[in-house]
Each structure stands twice: as C-alpha cells, then as structure tokens.
Design a protein around this ligand. Structure first.
Ligand code: HEM
Length: 391
C-alpha cells in the first residue's frame, strides 16, 4: 500500500497548503469544520484509492457519498423507498458512479498503464484492479455486483475522514493540548521551495502525544457493531460458548466505555465519556499527566522525560478496528491519514470555534449511531487564521 499512502500524503499536503495560501492576510470563515476537513481529505483519499477518473466522471459523487453515509440506518432498517426517496436516489447514484468509473477502466486500461509501483490511473490501486479480475472469475458476479462490493470498500474510508475531524476538533478546543501537539510537531516540519510545509509520515508515527490523540479519538468516537458467525465449530470465550451458525454482535462502544478497563486519572477526574489523551500515555516513574494528559511533555520525543504512547495495556478494550482475520484492512492507512491531516491543520492554522461550537456533541440519534465514527450533532462554525511557520 506504500504508493497509495504516498499519493494520499502528497495530495492532502498540497490541498491544506493551498488553503493556507488563500487564508494568508485574511481569515477564512467556514460554517462547518467537519466539511472543511472532509473536503480536503475525501478528495485526497478517493483519488489515491481509485485514481482521478471516479471523481472526474462523476462530479456529484462526493455529495452523494455523504448523503449515503448519513442514511446508513435508513437502508439497514429497510425503510421503504416511498418514505426516503432522497436517500435511495443517493444510493442509486453512488453505485452508478462506481459502475461508470469501472466501465471506463475496463475500456481504457491495458498493462502498459501499470506504473513501477504496480498501480495505474484507471483502477487507482492494484487492489481494485486485481480483485475485479478475481470477482469476474466467481460464479454469479456481474459488473453491477462488483460495483456494490467495491463501493463498500470505498465507503469504509469514511471512518478515517470523520475521525480526522474529531482529532482536529479536540486539539483545537484544548489550548494546552494544542501547544503540546505543536511543540511535538515543530521539529518534524519540512519546507519545500514554494514555502509549503510537509511531514515525513514516519516521524509522525513516532510522536507520542499525536498518537494518543488519534487513539483516544477512536476510543471515544467509534461506535460500530462487530458481527461474527462461527461457521464450522462453536467458539469458546472464557467458557462462554457461541454456538456455530449463531450470530453474535458486539458493540465497540461497550468496550470503549468500560470504566474498569480504562485509566480515569488519579482521582477519577477523566470520565470515560470525556476526551483525555493521557489514557494512552505512559510517563517515567513519578510523573503524572494533567487534564490534557500532557503536562510533562517535552518537544523532544526521544528525551528520557518524554511520555511513551501505548495501546498494549488496553488490548481487547481498545477495538476500533475490530479483530481477528476480519479486522479492518484499512487501519494502517487510517492511522497515517489521521495523524497527517491533524498535523497539517494544527500547524498551518489557528482556529476559533464560534457560537459555543467547542461544546458540540456527537449524533447519538438512531439515524447516526452505530455506523462507525460518529458525526457531530450539528455544524461546527469556525474562523481559521493562517499561521506563519518556520521550517
Ligand atoms: C479510523 C478509521 C477506521 C476505522 C475505525 C475502521 C473500522 C473498521 C471496522 C470495525 C471494521 C469491521 C471489522 C471486523 O468486523 O472485525 C472495518 C472493516 C473494513 N474496513 Fe475499516 N476502518 C477505518 C478505516 C478504513 C479505511 C481508510 C479503509 C479503506 C481504505 C477501510 C476499509 C475497510 C474494509 C474494506 C472493511 C471490510 C473488511 C471485511 O469485511 O473483511 N477502513 N473497518
């Protein structure tokens, strides 16, 4: 997946830098931070994943993608067409868009289009190209069925997009955490000849506080039903038997909100329903964290007094990606995507949230809950100011 990561990183870095150029000298006013982050990240993700033709041939795809996403429960509950025509039309259009893209790829691709990294501009990643051939060999798979399967894989990337929004939101609304994340990022900033900044993703993967923000965001915001059905033998989990051919459903939220499994601070001051990056940070003996989990932070992540990031101590309690052989295949990309997008926004912009939006909650309505990383209950209006950054 390395070429895919690289394409995404270059694309999103360019988009956020251009946004910064436009904001220089005047602030940007947006009525929704979620949409601002989503616009930059969704285009970069879809281009990296599917190549440029999906969006070029279907200019309304982005809009329909999010309408589909907001209506997941409509489809799952089997609400009749008549009562939700817009939702069903959006689903029809996204599936049609994938079919148009794949027809274009079938018509125009030949082996000479494959680059040295194995990907090509028509199918995007070799993942889609190769599984297309595999599906065609299966009995009963036609182009329409393949488009549905592939839209499922494309749609699954929505989790890292909404998670990037929440991570940025949490960092901006806590000035102490913002200062710590920025001081951690400062030594990692590189600049190109146009004065645009970029980050080496491998550096970001070593930063404890940024990773703690990522992990805590997924703990708090990921609400998903993990579904399993043992097909051949009964499963025994600590003497609880799940008989074969019976379905079991486990909700990530239950594990993520188990107060007996999670560190809630020395005096229980960090309730499990609140954001606290310190849950994933370990400090050298004798030191403790503050409200944002970052009091003892030093900008040098290799310093002996720097905290370390870990999810080991919460194995089995932190399950945003599910587990076992069906665990999310996009998790390595998702982590890189969230870290990089957060790093770019908080480095390049200051942000004022307007009208009390810093207290925005999650959409826990039946329409919103259980489909993955949550949406905010309303829009988050912001004023963004370009920061001067030295590289
Ligand atoms: C923060 C981001 C993400 C989270 C929290 C997440 C979470 C999950 C979860 C819980 C599952 C079900 C796993 C299970 O049943 O054990 C899943 C499946 C899946 N995810 Fe993700 N995901 C994320 C990002 C992505 C991205 C970016 C992609 C693609 C680029 C992706 C592609 C998939 C696919 C294709 C499946 C279905 C796998 C299967 O059925 O075998 N995910 N994800």
């Amino acid at each position: 997946m390395a070429p895919f990561y690289k394409r995404f990183a270059e694309n999103v870095t360019q988009q956020v830098n251009l946004l910064h150029d436009r904001a220089e000298g005047e602030c940007i006013h947006r009525d929704d931070l979620m949409q601002m982050v989503g616009d930059a990240v969704t285009v970069s993700t879809l281009d990296a994943l599917c190549g440029p033709h999906l969006l070029r041939l279907n200019p309304d795809f982005l809009h329909d993608f999010w309408v589909f996403d907001r209506n997941l429960q409509t489809y799952l509950q089997g609400i009749p067409w008549l009562l939700a025509p817009m939702a069903y039309m959006a689903r029809k259009r996204v599936l049609k868009a994938v079919q148009i893209w794949q027809q274009h790829a079938r018509d125009n691709f030949d082996d000479s289009a494959i680059g040295p990294d194995g990907d090509d501009p028509f199918w995007g990643t070799s993942f889609f190209r190769e599984r297309h051939d595999m599906f065609l060999e299966m009995d009963g798979f036609d182009h329409e069925a393949i488009a549905s399967e592939d839209f499922g894989a494309i749609w699954a990337s929505r989790n890292s997009i909404t998670a990037a929004f929440w991570a940025i939101f949490e960092v901006y609304r806590d000035p102490k955490l913002l200062a710590s994340v920025r001081s951690e990022l400062e030594p990692c900033i590189q600049k190109d000849d146009n004065g645009h900044i970029h980050f080496d993703i491998n550096h970001l993967l070593r930063l404890p506080i940024l990773q703690a923000v990522y992990a805590e965001t997924l703990r708090l915001r990921m609400h998903f039903y993990i579904v399993r059905m043992p097909d051949r033998v009964d499963i025994n989990i600590r003497d609880w038997i799940i008989p074969r051919r019976k379905v079991i459903v486990a909700l990530t939220t239950v594990a993520h909100m188990d107060a007996t499994a999670w560190d809630t601070g020395a005096n229980n001051e960090h309730r499990v329903d609140q954001f606290w990056a310190g849950r994933f940070l370990r400090y050298p003996a004798g030191q403790r964290t503050d409200r944002s989990g970052v009091e003892k932070q030093t900008s040098d992540a290799t310093s002996p007094t720097a905290p370390t990031f870990s999810t080991k101590h919460v194995d089995g309690a932190w399950i945003p990606y599910g587990g076992g052989p069906r665990q999310c295949p996009g998790r390595h990309f998702a982590k890189r995507q969230i870290l990089l997008t957060t790093a770019l926004f908080v480095t390049l912009f200051d942000c004022d949230m307007l009208g009390g939006a810093e207290n925005m909650g999650e959409d826990f309505s039946l329409k919103g809950f259980g489909g993955g990383v949550s949406h905010p209950v309303g829009k988050v209006p912001v004023r963004m100011y370009a920061r001067g950054v030295s590289g």
